[in-house]
Design a protein around this ligand. Sequence first.
Ligand code: NAP
Length: 260
Amino acid sequence: MANARRIFVVGGSGFVGRAICNTALARGWEVLSLSRHGAPNRSTIAQSNASANLAKDVQWIKGDALRPETFRDSLAGCDAVVHSVGVLMENGYKALVNIGNRGGSSRSSAATYESANRDTALCVAHVARETPGVKAFAYISASDAVPFLDPRYISTKREVERELLAHREQLRPILLRPGFMFSPDRPLTIPMAAGVEAFRTLFHRTPVGCVLKNTPFAKAATPALRRELVAEAIINAIANPQVSGILEIADIERIGKLHQ
Ligand SMILES: NC(=O)c1ccc[n+]([C@@H]2O[C@H](COP(=O)([O-])OP(=O)(O)OC[C@H]3O[C@@H](n4cnc5c(N)ncnc54)[C@H](OP(=O)(O)O)[C@@H]3O)[C@@H](O)[C@H]2O)c1
């Protein structure tokens, strides 16, 4: 699908979604975003050229991924869908990581893992399969990188992966499994990513790794990724019809660097 020119980003106003929209716009693609609140708050995102373009060039659709009647018509004419909706914790941890952010989705909600991580994706994928012309579906899944997190975070994501793989003949699945993502757009993620890197050094280069390798803490040795690299990987993967299936962190890093 080298000629993909119109993408539908579910959650385009969110932390990862905004980078995906920016990357697609930079390639000259047409971008539609679906979210319950529509456009992100303009006073907070219009702080750079990229943000200003985002605010003006994305077609912001106000709707709910769980309610097909709010987005079915907008999907018509799109080549690909990117699903960038989900919660890491059900108790609104985002209010914390959004401190000082620029245009994040800081609104709290009563989303569960099942509704946010699984049902939104399954619902949009179902509509996408019924929509002529939609050829690829990129789902931001996750690696199992957070110790002691409720296992439903990952199990709901794996359910979606299985469902999308089962329908791969109808819709090319691009299933990304990043770990923690960071960006200056969400300032608190920068020291958090530095903490991940420091732990990785301890884990891989000192006896600490031997002590912790069979414990849940070993998960935290998963590399953090720059949000923009993940966005590049998504757009590159959509543009290349050969890319299909699960993309682990090493795949994301490789594919993200293909378009320089
Ligand atoms: N951030 C990370 O480090 C990280 C790491 C690994 C994986 N991921 C995955 O990446 C995805 C995106 O994460 P994020 O950090 O960008 O989240 P985020 O900042 O909370 O953004 C979520 C987006 O989804 C929208 N949304 C939520 N519920 C919706 C619904 N029912 N219908 C339509 N839109 C809806 C939100 O806007 P409204 O509130 O206006 O609807 C917002 O645009 C998630 O699946 C997450 O698990 C993130």
